[in-house]
Design a binder for this molecule. Structure first.
Ligand code: SF4
Length: 301
């Protein structure tokens, strides 16, 4: 729980505040950009939400903050409503894509996504990376059939994958997926699908896994319905630069190889980028290619 006595002096005084435990993961900046801002190395409230829409966004950020660093003093029925709104829908409603919220500190607050979909023999839902384990969230996901696949974009965002796996195992046989080059000794032995090599892997008719080494050796993106690209830490949208970017200072393997992986994405069509860190980005497939080319030029400069 955020502590009022540890509130940052950079906050605008009022209902919402950020305390000194913030790890500057960036989640609140994109979830509630009308309220939170990066200030002197951590987050701060620069504008107190004054409409129910702004307040709902600020509360979504509060429930997603991995370190419980956001607090507010004037509780209302909206708190429970917003907590209950996760998994929260994004994208085209007919595609049933959701933000799970409840980001984990051990994935540095990475965003996790849930795709709800039916298969011939039952739900074939996909959990992309992992939120922190929260029994209410596990129960809600189980009520929707759990996850048939638990896909991990890379080693940094594993978080509470195994706890969710246990919860889902009570009703089906989930398959955890990670690339061999990012697997730990334990996951190499116990995970159900271990990817190898750099060729795309067709998971099923609407889901393609594309290895994109660079940020880590075993980073992978997941392309769903040729429309949604879940990119982990390979590719993100910078609200500051207003363009697609890669994290050069947070590249743990090889940035030159990451540029080659970025070029590989030009061969695919998609209109949403759903990253591990930062805001989702939407555009037409044609414009997305132009944005990607711009990003590659920026990476090479
Ligand atoms: S979500 Fe929490 S940890 Fe992340 S920047 Fe905001 S206050 Fe800090």
């Amino acid at each position: 729980m955020a502590e009022l006595k540890k509130t940052r002096p950079q906050n605008k005084v009022g209902d919402f505040f950020v305390d000194t435990s913030c790890i500057d993961c960036g989640t609140c900046y994109w979830m509630a950009p009308d309220t939170f801002i990066h200030k002197e190395g951590q987050s701060a409230v620069f504008h107190q939400p004054d409409s129910s829409n702004e307040k709902s966004k600020a509360l979504r950020a509060l429930y997603s903050c991995p370190t419980f660093s956001i607090g507010h003093t004037q509780k209302s029925s909206l708190d429970k409503e917003v907590e209950a709104s996760f998994p929260f829908p994004i994208g085209d409603p007919k595609d049933s894509i959701y933000l799970t919220g409840f980001h984990a500190e051990n994935s540095f607050g990475a965003t996790s996504y849930f795709i709800e979909r039916e298969g011939i023999e039952g739900p074939k839902n996909i959990l992309i990376d992992s939120p922190r384990f929260f029994s209410k969230m596990a129960k809600k996901l189980c009520e929707r059939g759990g996850a048939y696949y638990q896909f991990l974009t890379h080693r940094d965002d594993i978080a509470d994958t195994d706890k969710y796996f246990e919860a889902f195992s009570a009703q089906n046989e989930p398959k955890r997926i990670i690339h061999k080059d990012d697997a730990t000794k334990d996951s190499l032995k116990s995970y159900e699908i271990i990817l190898t090599g750099h060729e795309p892997y067709q998971l099923d008719s609407e889901t393609l896994i594309i290895p994109v080494p660079g940020h880590t050796r075993g980073s992978c993106a997941l392309l769903y319905k040729n429309k949604y690209l879940f990119t982990g830490d390979h590719l993100a949208y910078s609200m500051k630069l207003q363009q697609l970017v890669a994290f050069k200072r947070a590249c743990w393997y090889d940035f030159t190889i990451q540029i080659e992986s970025m070029k590989k994405l030009l061969n695919f069509s998609f209109s949403y980028i759903l990253p591990g860190h930062g805001a989702p980005f939407e555009s037409t497939p044609e414009n997305m290619k132009k944005e990607l080319e711009k990003c590659i030029q920026w990476m090479e400069s």
